[in-house]
Design a protein around this ligand. Structure first.
Ligand SMILES: [Zn+2]
Ligand SMILES: [Zn+2]
Length: 147
């Protein structure tokens, strides 16, 4: 937990008028330090020392979800992955790219996904989330080396 992450975590809780409890700060710091979305299990494993039990981690994640501080990034193997919502817009999240070779999922903060075209009449979209699948640059370079 770095000083910078702790300050940012406190700020996120203050903005939502939430009390700055230890589990909340711990979880936010783990997510701030992560470079891709994490499962509840992974978040639990990264909290050092393991001063927060697993049930508290999940309960706290639900609270943070309700306050829009944390988002469900995507489901993989039926497991929810969480990330901070501060890179997302109110009506859409940044896209996620999953590599079919190495299985890594990365956040594409810069990529722009256009709005849905030709939506049937009567549907109102409130939120967009995009998951892309393909081959990441690392795996592409390796593949070219083999051939
Ligand atoms: Zn890959
Ligand atoms: Zn993301």
């Amino acid at each position: 937990m770095t000083e910078e992450h702790l300050q940012k975590a406190e700020q996120l809780l203050e903005q939502s008028r939430l009390r700055k409890t230890r589990p909340r700060l711990e979880i936010l710091c783990v997510l701030l330090a992560a470079d891709s979305p994490l499962t509840g299990e992974q978040i639990f494993d990264r909290i050092t020392p393991a001063s927060v039990d697993k049930a508290t981690v999940y309960r706290t994640l639900l609270l943070l979800l309700r306050h829009d501080i944390v988002h469900h990034a995507y489901l993989r193997n039926r497991i929810r992955h969480f990330e901070l919502a501060h890179h997302c817009k109110p009506d859409h999240c940044h896209p996620h790219f999953t590599c079919r070779d190495c299985g890594r999922t990365v956040c594409l903060y810069q990529a722009v996904v256009p709005a849905v075209q030709n939506l049937p009449a009567g549907y109102l979209v409130l939120h967009r989330q995009t998951r892309l699948e393909g081959i990441c640059p690392n795996c592409r370079t390796e593949g070219f080396g083999d051939e």
